[in-house]
Write a protein that binds this ligand. Sequence first.
Ligand SMILES: [Zn+2]
Length: 328
Amino acid sequence: MRSRYFEANTEEERISIFQEYFDRDIETFFTSSISCCTECHDDFRAQWPGTVSHDLELQYGHQTVDDFIEQSRIQDAFHAEEIEHYSKFLECPNCGATLDRDFWIYEHPFRVPREFFDQLGEIAQLASRTPFLLLTHEFAAEVFEIILGQAAKVAPALIEGTLFRSRRADGVPNPMLQDFGAPPSDKVPEGRYNHAAHPMMYLAKAKETALAEVGSQGARFHVAEVELLSPFRVLNLSSLGEAETRAEIVFQCLARSALCAAPRLGEGWTKREYVFTRFVADCARHAGFDAIEFGSTKHPSGTNIVLLEPPATLDGFAKLLTIETLDL
Ligand SMILES: [Zn+2]
C-alpha cells in the first residue's frame, strides 16, 4: 500500500506508527491519556466513580474512532486508504482490546500513584474478608495518619450557606425541624459513613442533591433547608481540583475511586461498598473531626456533608429556613 511518509517501514512498523499518532492525538486533544473502550469502560467507571461523575468539564465522553480520526492530525500524515486500513489495528490504550468503534475519554486532574491500582484491589479484598483488619494495609494506615495530620490543620468553623435534608413524606403530614434529625439508632442500617446503629446526619449543599440522594420516583418528599448554628471541624473529601502533596493525592484517590465514591449497590443490611468509607469515618472521629464533606454519587457536582455525631434534638443546633414538599 502506498504511504504518505512511511514507504520505508514494514507493515508491522506502520501499524505501531499509526497507533502512536492516535495515542499522541488523544493526549494533545484532550490532555488525557485515559481512554476506555466498550470492553473496559465499565471497569473504569467501577474503579473511578468519582472521576466519572464529577469534573464533567474534564470529560469528553463518548467518541467514535472514525469521528475522532476525521478531526485529528492523523489526516495530514496518512492517505485515506492507510487510515481505513490501519485504523482496524488500533488498540485501546487502557486495556489493549481492539478499538474498532467507540471509546471514552476521562482525565484525573492529578497523577494517580502507580501503586494505587494494586492497592485498590487489595483493599477491596480485605474489606470484604476481614473488614476489622483494614488498618493492617499500608494504604489504610497511611490514610489514618494523614487524617490525623489533617485534623491538626483544620479549625472548627461555621458551615457557610444553607444545607438541605430530605425525607419521605409518608406519615409526616406536617413536618417540623425535629423530623429532619438523624433517625433513632435501632432504625439505622450501615450507611456510607455510619456503622449500623450509629446515627449520623447526612445533608446536601443543594436541594437537587438532597433529592437525588433519596430519589425514588413516584414518591413524595419533604425537603428542609437549614442553617447549622455551631462550628464544625470538617474533613474535606469532596473533589479538590489539583493535588500536589502526598496528603492531597491520597484525598483525591479517596474522593474519586471506588474506595469512597462507590455507588450504593443494594438495599441489604450489610453494604460492603461502604466498608472503606466507614473506616475513614472512624479515622475522622478518632482524629477529632465532626463532619465529612464528600461528593455526591447521585448528582454530578453535588456535595454532601455528614455530621458524625449529631445531637438527639435539632432545637438550638439547626435553624429551619423552609420546608418544601415535592412529588418526584
Ligand atoms: Zn479498553
